[in-house]
Design a protein around this ligand. Structure first.
Ligand code: NYM
Ligand code: MG
Length: 211
């Protein structure tokens, strides 16, 4: 690690069971094995007070208006911004399983206005790269644990996927799309090579905000 260089903010996005957790864990392990400081995170981060409310909502033990839970997901990111910023500035790469784009995709899929959904995300740290694991939701339904939480229904995931596709086409070149039905090791190799190219480039760049 070169002194004075910041880490990268790397995000995994995609529908439920698309392999984000697997790929983010593999990436962190790879970086650490090469002596590159990296740490995993995921949103929702369920341990804070807000995170616990989100967990109750997702496990169907609590109901909330769509707008309220949307803003809680966003607040849950805001409450961790200083932590992420500090880690990046101390040279650690932060690899995050879901971010603002999940927030927009799931809420817009319910029928909330896209721009309204995106508004509270403005000002959060802009990722250096987003790895979008894309697959037809019907191909993901037989993966383990699918169906246990709110939102894990194939029809709904189809609508979520459409919003992710829209975001991917609008956000531009820092988004990298992958076919999530490909073997885990193939995906990991592609993701690793993009990451290894990215890290030296972003080290001296200032952090940007989502706008
Ligand atoms: N989710 C996640 C949202 O609806 N909005 C958000 O902002 C975020 C970060 O939470 N079905 C939804 C998507 C998932 C659910 O996430 C739990 P995970 O990664 O399955 O634990
Ligand atoms: Mg899930």
């Amino acid at each position: 690690m070169n002194a004075g260089k910041r880490g990268a903010l790397i995000i995994f996005e995609g529908c439920d069971r698309s392999g984000k957790s697997t790929q983010s864990q593999l990436l962190v392990a790879l970086l650490n094995s090469k002596g590159i400081p990296a740490l995993p995170m995921n949103f929702p981060e369920r341990s804070s007070i807000i995170g616990q409310v989100i967990n109750s909502y997702l496990t169907n033990s609590k109901d909330l208006p769509d707008e309220v839970i949307h803003l809680m997901f966003s607040t849950n990111r805001w409450e961790h911004m200083n932590y992420i910023k500090q880690n990046l500035h101390e040279g650690r790469t932060v690899v995050v399983d879901r971010y603002s784009f999940s927030g927009v995709a799931y809420s817009a899929a319910k029928g909330l206005d896209f721009d309204w959904c995106y508004a509270p995300e403005r000002g959060l740290i802009k990722p250096d790269a987003v790895f979008y694991l894309r697959a037809p939701p019907a191909d993901l339904t037989n993966r383990t644990q699918y169906g246990e939480e709110r939102y894990e229904k194939v029809e709904f995931q189809g609508r979520v996927a459409k919003v992710f596709d829209r975001i991917c086409s609008e956000q531009g070149s820092y988004w990298h799309q992958f076919d999530a039905t490909k073997p885990v090791e193939d995906l990991h190799a592609q993701i690793a090579s993009i990451t290894e190219e990215l890290l030296p480039k972003v080290g001296t760049q200032p952090l940007e905000m989502l706008s």
